[in-house]
Design a protein. Sequence first.
Length: 86
Amino acid sequence: MKICYLVLVTRTPGFTDHAATEHVRFLDEVRVRDQLLITGSFTDKTGGAYVLHNVADRTAAQAIVDADPLLVLGSATATVHEWSTR
């Protein structure tokens, strides 16, 4: 059993393409650190999700999410769920 962190992202009315571009760069950096397992957007354009792994604990996962430009720039909100995977 492996603990991962499922991050559900929901766009706000203030969503901007600039924030989305910065978000992609951010996720690329997280991937380079081997902390991003998978990511994707919802086809209805309401948001998306990503899965963090190789993270010490939920507090560390939340710190990563809090640095996501989508949240920093007010383009989205996010919830972090600790996820036991097989």
